[in-house]
Design a protein around this ligand. Structure first.
Ligand code: TYC
Length: 101
């Protein structure tokens, strides 16, 4: 039997939205050797050789390629680390980040 003094059950759903994940994007340039790009992808992002080659080639052909998706601070740290690795070796290699969707 329903009690008229009691409203319908409502579930309180927490309003906490997950923060958006961030893409790390590899940008093409005309100077960085392909093999160097693959070495950086493998070491900074723990990507296997085949996949690293495909990501490098996609950036080479299309101008940019998404490398991986992480929480914002991790994406930014890895993009900086990978860009720095290129800079230390005298290459203009660039990684950027952007929020997903
Ligand atoms: N375009 C470079 C070359 O021809 C290779 C390269 C590929 C550089 C991908 C950056 O994100 C890159 N040597």
């Amino acid at each position: 039997m329903s009690n008229p003094l009691v409203g319908p059950d409502t579930k309180t759903r927490p309003k906490t939205k997950r923060p958006p994940m961030h893409k790390v994007i590899l940008l093409n340039d005309d100077y960085t050797p392909r093999e160097f790009v693959v070495v950086v992808l493998r070491s900074v992002f723990a990507i296997g050789e085949g996949k690293a080659n495909r990501i490098m080639l996609t950036a080479h052909e299309r101008g940019a390629c998404v490398v991986a998706v992480y929480a914002k601070d991790i994406a930014e740290t890895k993009a900086t680390e990978a860009t720095e690795a290129g800079r230390r070796a005298g290459h203009p290699l660039m990684f950027t980040t952007e929020p997903e969707e």
